[in-house]
Design a binder for this molecule. Structure first.
Ligand SMILES: Nc1ncnc2c1ncn2[C@@H]1O[C@H](COP(=O)(O)OP(=O)(O)OP(=O)(O)O)[C@@H](O)[C@H]1O
Ligand SMILES: Nc1ncnc2c1ncn2[C@@H]1O[C@H](COP(=O)(O)OP(=O)(O)OP(=O)(O)O)[C@@H](O)[C@H]1O
Ligand SMILES: [Mg+2]
Ligand SMILES: [Mg+2]
Lengths: 462, 462
């Protein structure tokens, strides 16, 4: 007999947590740290704050492999009434708007707490203050069947020393020795593209890894913009038509989308066979489809506004690379803004040579997306495809092996991740093209440097 | 100002549909066909019915790239009152139990309809009869924001000619030329591991691809069993303790899990420091954790019952391979049931040589999971890892290049897919080991065959 039922999104991600990256105790520890650190950096960015992030890992029960993880930041905090849902509800968050942020799904932080809960049966402790005056302290568990918080305890008191920020603490079954190398790389690489952030990690053996900030400047934060007309489908269009306050289609187009002025709006409406004075709410099914089709056929939309983006920046990227590798040569490129399917993106790339970069047969590739280091699934990533298949490094006089490091950074309102675990980027043609152009420019500059070295060595021999 | 909100699971998979496999018009057509065919085969299996599946693709608007897709089967059908939720609600289905089925997430069929809806703004047409007497006909759209069906029309009438089964029909923006090769492979390979199914595909150019069934026997269907104690976490244990009707822990253990008899139950309870007569509902938080820990430490659980599995079968697999490749040599292996994390699985493998198999440098690998062909992400799959890295084919006298085809089939209550799009399988050590043993056995048999051929050719030369 066939039993039909619905499951909640938390139940779905509980049953399929390996698809979200929580596959083994080592990988789950890595994912927990990265999800929490990314939340902390987003929170600092929201408030134009120079980030301070502290990660503490302690052994709670060595025999059972249970650790205690705590991540503390000085970001904007979470309002007291929002804390339970933010941390104990899947598909709930503040990053669903049209602007660049590390978080995107509304599930990372909750997944970490969920994993901790199902392996240790203990509540998580969340503390946060948004104003330095009032501190909220919660002990939370997740009702996995219903996808809602279970508040074990809650407290509200003055924030000691005017502290503002967020602290997330929970227990989890983990494998630190198995995850350690990747965790240390994650923190080190995060410091490369966020040199304005102070990052501290104290591990379960008491070892301290400290990356004090190298620059005192806060990057220009992304600002939300209206959606771009390219890539709009009937679902999006139908919703916007329902929600708009505009009284006619002309105003609807110019006020709901970026890059549509009155002239463009009139041309698009003509292409759709619609009158500019029609009320948006009075469109028939066929007319909505015609409007979306007109958007697809109209090929004169200007490219998207890069305001919702916040790239690493050439100076920041160079400073970050120099700090870690002290290379003899660095060249950094930042491409002009581009877009795919209506999502603006900026590619930045760099090559570094010499210094403490190890001499390797295969190229050392460091991948970043929205200032997050990507450390898994390298072969599935578009950056790997470009570095390995689209660029012939011998054209740029690169020997084999060589002390060469390549850095790729993609910032977008929507990074086309291949998986929920955010590790590899899909090969959208526009992104592949921008990466190729950026790396060729880096290659040409590297070639000039290597030629000079070659000449100098030849002269020295004579 | 920070805006916090929740999104529904349909909203999540709409925004992130590329993560579910719906990334391009070509890939989305492939996914739509496979999700519907897999639903049809599951439906036939449910009723021990010899499957008949018809796939029809028509061009609806060539200029706009809009097609009409229809998949019809003779399976068990969907009850009239369940049709709207089954097809227009994400995370709703009948395959959440503990037994093997192609479907597992409760989202594939709805995703296909969702993709069609957002690209064409048209409703889907679903017809189904569970008894050959009453036919239900629905026109449905999905309310993506709320994750619920919008019934455009519904009808109930006598089922013409006593027809029982399901028909799913909808329009979608697609790219058939770009998807055609993969679609034809999908159907052909489905016929390999389902030789009892009659599959028919009529494409938009009117071409007919027909695979009449080769065997008249229905495979033994999987039967749901109790969960296995290995891999149980505190979330699962807490729920089972709440829901059980057992009056004491001893009965709870013997009636809620497979492979736990009274003796085993007493040993486990002793390990947990719990009394057998305690009421399951009276356990404290710490006691639930202690019980789960005892499960983890107890190493004498017998392996899982293979009753919830339904492997391809050696005779079926050989018949399927012979039909497609007419090889000179085939060897098929079915391993004994094994398990990972409490999920039973059976590995089957085969090698075929000669016949119409093309001579290739790289090995032609055909991967299957729960009788579904996997055609993407080969390099990320555990089967590829084993075929390329764990097996040295030259040990078995395989030349390079060679007319060699390798087939791997994994059947489980939970296939460890790496993604929601079901294309690559994670390298769980137990699965990797079983694949390696199966392919080595195939290799040894292939070696005997190739040695005989070698001797025969040497004799012919003299
Ligand atoms: N350290 C923090 N400081 C401020 N807000 C936070 C912090 N951690 C989490 N939040 C809030 O909780 C919400 C949910 O976090 P969660 O990590 O689950 O999802 P997300 O970051 O929105 O998306 P993703 O799943 O991609 O990480 C965030 O959107 C943010 O509003
Ligand atoms: N052709 C069909 N015949 C009978 N039942 C069907 C058919 N197609 C869909 N269903 C029902 O609708 C439910 C939802 O289907 P859907 O494909 O969305 O999810 P699923 O098959 O359960 O899981 P998955 O997402 O892994 O495919 C199924 O569980 C099944 O009960
Ligand atoms: Mg997050
Ligand atoms: Mg399905």
């Amino acid at each position: 007999n066939v039993v039909y039922r619905a499951i909640s999104p938390s139940e779905f991600f509980y049953k399929n947590r390996d698809i979200a990256g929580f596959s083994s105790p080592a990988r789950s520890l890595y994912m927990s740290i990265r999800e929490l650190v990314e939340n902390s950096l987003d929170a600092a960015e929201m408030g134009r704050i120079l980030p301070e992030v502290l990660i503490e890992l302690g052994e709670e029960d060595a025999e059972r492999g249970v650790y205690r993880l705590r991540v503390v930041d000085n970001g904007v905090g979470v309002p007291g009434d929002k804390i339970p849902s933010a941390f104990a509800t899947v598909l709930y968050g503040s990053k669903y708007g049209f602007k660049q942020s590390r978080g995107t799904f509304g599930l990372g932080g909750t997944m970490a707490l969920l994993y901790g809960q199902i392996t240790t049966n203990k509540p998580a402790k969340i503390m946060s203050s948004t104003d330095g005056k009032t501190l909220y302290i919660y002990e939370l568990m997740i009702d996995v069947v219903e996808n809602k918080p279970r508040i074990i305890s809650s407290e509200k008191k003055p924030s000691p020393g005017g502290w503002r920020g967020t602290s997330v603490e929970f227990s989890l079954e983990a494998d630190y020795p198995g995850a350690r190398a990747k965790i240390l790389d994650y923190i080190k690489h995060t410091a490369i593209v966020n040199p304005h952030a102070t990052l501290t990690f104290i591990d379960s053996k008491g070892r301290l890894y400290h990356y004090p900030r190298m620059v005192e400047k806060v990057p220009e934060p992304p600002r939300e913009t209206l959606p771009h007309p390219v890539g709009v489908d009937v679902e999006m269009m139908s919703r916007m038509l329902m929600e708009t306050k505009a009284r006619n289609l002309l105003t609807f187009l110019t006020t709901s989308f970026q890059k549509i002025g009155p002239k463009t709006a009139k041309e698009v409406l003509e292409l759709a066979g619609l009158k500019p004075e029609t009320s948006p709410r009075k469109l028939s099914h066929e007319q909505v489809t015609a409007l979306v089709d007109a958007f697809k056929r109209y090929d004169k939309f200007r490219p998207p506004d890069p305001t919702p983006l916040s790239p690493v920046g050439k100076d920041f990227l160079e400073a970050g690379i120099r700090r870690i590798f002290n290379p003899d040569f660095v060249h950094v490129v930042q491409r002009e803004p581009s877009s795919y399917s209506g999502h603006p993106f900026i590619v930045e790339a760099a090559v570094a040579y010499g210094g403490t970069i190890p001499v390797t047969e295969t190229i050392m590739l460091f991948r970043f997306a929205n200032k997050i280091p990507l450390l898994y699934d390298e072969r599935a990533d578009v950056a790997w495809k470009v570095v390995e298949e689209k660029i012939d490094w011998s054209n740029y006089k690169v020997p084999k092996p060589a002390p060469l490091a390549v850095f790729t950074s993609i910032c977008s309102t929507k990074v086309p991740y291949k998986t929920v675990g955010k590790e590899a980027i899909a090969d959208r043609p526009e992104i592949e093209r921008e990466l190729t152009m950026a790396l060729r420019e880096c290659g040409r500059n590297l070639k000039l440097y290597l030629s000079r070295i070659e000449k100098r060595e030849a002269a020295a021999k004579r």
